[in-house]
Design a protein around this ligand. Structure first.
Ligand SMILES: Nc1nc2c(ncn2[C@@H]2O[C@H](COP(=O)(O)OP(=O)(O)OP(=O)(O)O)[C@@H](O)[C@H]2O)c(=O)[nH]1
Length: 346
């Protein structure tokens, strides 16, 4: 496939075949899928594994210590983390010990507990309009979905009438710069970039100046994510932040860590590293559709308490949405969504 074809394919996946910034992913002809449908569709691998596991354990079986232990295993396999898994199975035990309990009741307990853990971290991403530009540093390992997330956020905020600028801070890889420029062109958003190998901190400084001159509302800065050399990465991110502050003392106003849910427990380690290196203010979890281990959000919420702002459940631009604890908890437990969420507006 030529590079041009590859890009065309990427764009079609992200923004729908027509290439419009308002994507269509119809469930039935003439109807856009609601967020609830996309969320449950995206989380189906995770929820199926959990629902099936619970169903196998709690159908016509008396609740005893072994069943509770097996429930714990199902939840650990879905990456909810040991602490949450133990708590949930203890709650189920307390509720009905020595009596029969059906899978639906167990799923309801699970959803309640997951929502309880996630509610404090499900915080909307706040753009402070008094900061112009509002500077967002986007960090994460290569391949986690940083660039795509930047494109999705740029599309979202542009559609809301905000003026966005992108900065291609992964100056180590010409392909990364190219990819961001490509999005910029397609979304009609300016991209600040420098030749391969240029100093990323210098680029950050220029990008802030340029965004200010152009009257941009938001500056989204991509960064390199080579975890192979932690010391170098740490030094580079520290330098970017230091130099950014010369142009704008309060910069960056937000540091978003993009995590790939398919890496499971490894995502927890990434929060740890980037939290220390980059002063992460919030998380974006991508690729929840590509894994049966969506429970990782629970483990991360419990371990770090960092805000989770957005989740990605597909490659389309509409597949990145603000994170809400109740929807996620109900979707992962295979429960019905709240009525008002199942919007079916054509
Ligand atoms: N299925 C799925 N794929 C996603 C999602 N988010 C991003 N991707 C895909 O993941 C791949 C990697 O995304 P990139 O945005 O290039 O990742 P990156 O972190 O910028 O990686 P580098 O460009 O290597 O630095 C792309 O093919 C995206 O389309 C998601 O929520 N679901």
């Amino acid at each position: 496939m030529s590079e041009a074809d590859e890009k065309k394919g990427l764009f079609a996946r992200l923004f729908g075949r027509g290439g419009a910034a308002t994507p269509e992913a119809p469930a039935e002809p003439g109807r856009k899928r609601s967020w609830w449908e996309r969320l449950t569709g995206g989380l189906s691998r995770s929820s199926q594994a959990i629902v099936q596991g619970i169903s196998d354990l709690f159908t016509k079986r008396k609740l005893d210590a072994l069943t509770l232990e097996e429930l714990e295993d199902v939840l650990v396999r879905a990456d909810l983390g040991l602490a949450a898994a133990q708590r949930i199975s203890a709650t189920v035990g307390k509720a009905r010990y020595e009596k029969t309990i059906g899978p639906d009741e167990v799923r309801a307990i699970l959803a309640e507990e997951v929502e309880r853990v996630l509610a404090p971290v499900a915080r909307p991403f706040e753009l402070d309009e008094s900061k112009k530009p509002f500077i967002v540093l986007v960090v994460g390992v290569n391949g986690s979905g940083k660039t795509t997330t930047i494109a999705k956020l740029a599309a979202k905020w542009t559609a809301e009438g905000r003026k966005v600028m992108l900065a291609a801070g992964d100056t180590f890889r010409a392909a990364a710069v190219e990819q961001l420029r490509f999005w910029g062109e397609r979304l009609n958003v300016s991209v600040c970039y420098a030749p391969e190998g240029a100093d990323a901190a210098g680029l950050a400084f220029d990008a802030i100046k340029s965004a200010r001159e152009r009257g941009s509302d938001i500056l989204l800065m991509d960064t390199a994510g080579r975890l192979q050399n932690r010391t170098e990465l740490m030094a580079e991110l520290a330098k970017i932040v230091r130099v950014m502050k010369k142009a704008e003392p309060e910069a960056p106003h937000a540091v978003l860590l993009v995590l790939d849910a398919t890496v499971g427990q490894n995502a927890v380690a990434q929060v740890d590293v980037f939290g220390k290196i980059a002063g992460v203010t919030g998380l974006v979890m991508t690729k929840l559709d590509g894994t049966a281990r969506g429970g990782i959000l629970v483990a991360i919420a419990e371990a770090y308490g960092l805000p989770i702002h957005f989740i990605g459940v597909g490659e389309g631009a509409e597949d990145l949405e603000p994170f809400t604890a109740r929807d996620f908890a109900r979707a992962i437990a295979g429960l019905e969504g709240d009525e008002e969420k199942t919007d079916t507006t054509p």
